[in-house]
Design a protein around this ligand. Structure first.
Ligand code: SF4
Ligand code: SF4
Length: 404
């Protein structure tokens, strides 16, 4: 959904959002007192109606494959780990489960995992969606070596109808009744405003995992929907806070079209200065990035450099971030699902997670459409936000991502 550009935010509002800086704080359980130093307190917030008290920085495990990064995260105070049934073909959940089991900290940690709505070939809900969903969840429990997960999300919900789809609600209610799941949520990348509105209406969900970063500051409809969800006590968790991962720290600086050094902490602080987010799940993959991201848990006031970075027009255009608004899809004569192509690009070239890119291309675009796109000679796709969309599609083609 395109944002309401008429409701332009001011420069002052963009950088300030919250004067106090910190939402309602809470106390971490005793087992975590070792990380609460006298002078340097980890900022915490309550995750809506779940009542869970979380440090404002959590870990998105999606791209991580080094167990020591999870173990070290626990040591420095991370309390909430976010994974998913399909990440790394199940190995992501296995890694989380093994590390937490070895550390013996399961009771002190919040595990969130996600399972997508089982789809049929025609992209509707599969006829036996409830049974498939429950069997995927059983796999998740086994991989995570636990009897319960704290938060189970319906993964990647894009259509409001799925928010109230009976087979999924039945499966989730059953798991909650059996106490295999403590809290239920939805993760979403597209149509986020409508999904949040449907969640508020249904009253069924405890948590929403929302993609939000400073490049989406003009999306006032989404902002209002998040504020409403927060007012209804739905816990909000932020993802995509750093507009696409850690790629720029490595070898893809050229494709960002940006001169400046990318400032990760500035972007993470910007998201967390929205008090309705209890926590964010930056997807760090090594110890340096873990320390950099977690430094934000100690304070969200901007440094002068961070402020400059966020205010620079150069930064905003250059990051080339796709907000999944679908505005470009009408510019493709074949009606391709271009925003999924953009997301696949981010996973393939920014996260360096090629398996995930292939999975979402196959699941969400489908083989026949990918073949048609791969044979199309001239890409006419134009982004409403001046993103280099056709360059990204060309890169996917060149790397054979559309030949599946
Ligand atoms: S290459 Fe052709 S089919 Fe593919 S997205 Fe571009 S215009 Fe559409
Ligand atoms: S490429 Fe641009 S128009 Fe297309 S979905 Fe992304 S942000 Fe929207």
């Amino acid at each position: 959904m395109k944002s309401d550009k008429s409701a332009r935010i001011t420069r002052r509002h963009f950088i300030k959002q919250t004067a106090a800086g910190v939402g309602a704080a809470c106390l971490l359980p005793g087992a975590f007192s070792h990380v609460q130093e006298e002078e340097k307190k980890i900022l915490t917030r309550v995750l809506g109606r779940t009542g869970l008290c979380l440090p404002i920085v959590s870990m998105g495990v999606m791209n991580a494959d080094i167990p020591a990064v999870i173990a070290e995260s626990v040591k420095i105070g991370v309390r909430h780990f976010d994974t998913a049934w399909y990440y790394q073909g199940g190995n992501n959940e296995r890694m989380v489960g093994t590390v937490l089991q070895n550390l013996g900290v399961r009771n002190e940690i919040v595990i969130a995992t996600k399972i997508g709505p089982p789809a049929s070939r025609e992209r509707g809900l599969a006829p036996n969606a409830k049974e498939i969903f429950l069997s995927h969840f059983q796999q998740s429990l086994e991989r995570l070596q636990t009897d319960w997960v704290d938060i189970l999300y319906l993964h990647g919900v894009e259509h409001p109808a799925l928010v109230t789809a009976e087979p999924l609600l039945e499966a989730l209610a059953q798991l909650r009744k059996e106490k295999k799941v403590h809290f239920i949520g939805i993760s979403t990348h597209r149509n986020q405003t409508q999904i949040l509105q449907s969640m508020c209406q249904s009253g069924f969900y405890d948590v929403a995992l929302v993609a939000y970063n400073f490049l989406m500051a003009d999306d006032t409809e989404l902002l209002r929907a998040m504020e409403t969800a927060h007012a209804k006590n739905i816990g909000l968790v932020a993802m995509k806070t750093q507009a696409g991962g850690d790629w720029w720290r490595k070898d893809f600086q050229d494709t960002t079209h940006i001169e400046k050094t990318i400032n990760q902490t500035a972007m993470l602080k910007w998201a967390l200065r929205h008090e309705f987010f209890a926590t964010a799940i930056p997807g760090y993959t090594n110890l340096d990035h873990m320390r950099e991201d977690f430094s934000v848990a100690y304070g969200i006031d901007y440094t002068e450099t961070e402020r400059e970075f966020l205010l620079s027009a150069d930064t905003r255009v250059g990051l080339n971030y796709c907000r999944q608004c679908r505005g470009c899809e009408s510019t493709c004569p074949l009606g391709m699902d271009c925003s999924t192509l953009m997301r696949a690009y981010m996973y393939a070239f920014q996260y360096h997670n090629r398996d995930l890119a292939r999975t979402i291309l196959l699941d969400q675009v489908g083989k026949p459409a990918l073949e048609r796109c791969s044979q199309c000679r001239e890409c006419t796709v134009r982004c409403h936000y001046a993103l280099h969309a056709s360059e990204k599609i060309a890169a996917l083609k060149e790397a054979d991502f559309l030949m599946v």
